[in-house]
Write a protein that binds this ligand. Structure first.
Ligand SMILES: [Zn+2]
Length: 237
């Protein structure tokens, strides 16, 4: 992702935080989408967070994440950008983890468009093309979880997606800001903020920034007594 896209993601993240502090009655009339987008996990007796990783533009990064999850007994959700090749080149390695449920695949659209610029039919096609790819290649039904590219979402997108069974629009509570290159200090600072109980952490498999920091990320997870869960683990659907 380019800096332009990164800024859009940050903008969406800030907007989410800002609107979440408004009274519900205001949100229901002003922006139904903000009410329905999910940015936190449900409460639980155990301290846990959802590690979610988007796109998958780098073969090496996708592969590193899979091996990291396997070696450390973690649970993770990939939001698959359907047309990028690392989902094909890593499919054989990935499939057993998808089948066991240790790694969940969710929908990040086929071509990564800003969904708010599309018609309802186009939104549905973007989701279903990615859905069908994951079904064909990995034998799974990815519904009901999707993440709109750049965090771009509104009531029309939510309605269009819900009509085809994509009823859980997933945003995030903390971002690692690594869709493009990010400096190590900033990355670690964001990780310390984002990795916390009930968090939904947004990372990317587009470069080796996160893999180069896996040991340090794991230290944060372990020192805070957190376990990792997939979205299905947390929401039980
Ligand atoms: Zn993305």
């Amino acid at each position: 992702m380019e800096r332009r896209d990164f800024l859009k993601v940050m903008g969406a993240s800030i907007a989410t935080v800002a609107t979440s502090s408004l009274p519900l009655s205001f949100l229901e009339t002003a922006n139904a989408a903000s009410v329905n987008s999910i940015i936190r996990l449900p409460e639980s007796d155990t301290a846990r967070f959802a590690w979610t990783v988007d796109d998958g533009c780098s073969h090496d990064a996708v592969k590193s994440y899979i091996n990291f999850v396997a070696e450390n007994d973690l649970r993770l959700t990939f939001f698959v950008y359907g047309t990028v090749s690392p989902w094909q080149t890593n499919a054989k390695l990935l499939k057993p983890f998808v089948e066991s449920g240790q790694i969940q695949l969710a929908n990040h659209t086929m071509h990564h468009p800003l969904l708010t610029k599309l018609t309802a039919k186009q939104v549905q096609k973007e989701l279903m093309d990615c859905h069908n790819f994951m079904e064909r290649r990995f034998g799974i039904d990815a519904k009901p979880y999707y993440r709109p590219p750049y965090g771009g979402i509104n009531a029309q997108v939510i309605d269009a997606a819900a009509q085809i069974g994509y009823t859980k629009p997933m945003l995030w509570s903390g971002t690692l800001a690594d869709s493009g290159k990010v400096r190590s200090a900033k990355f670690m600072s964001l990780a310390k903020q984002g990795i916390r109980d009930r968090g939904i952490v947004l990372g990317h498999a587009n470069n080796m920034v996160a893999p180069n920091h896996f040991d340090r990320l794991l230290d944060i997870v372990n020192s805070r007594g957190l376990s990792t869960v997939t979205l299905t683990d947390a929401f039980e659907v």
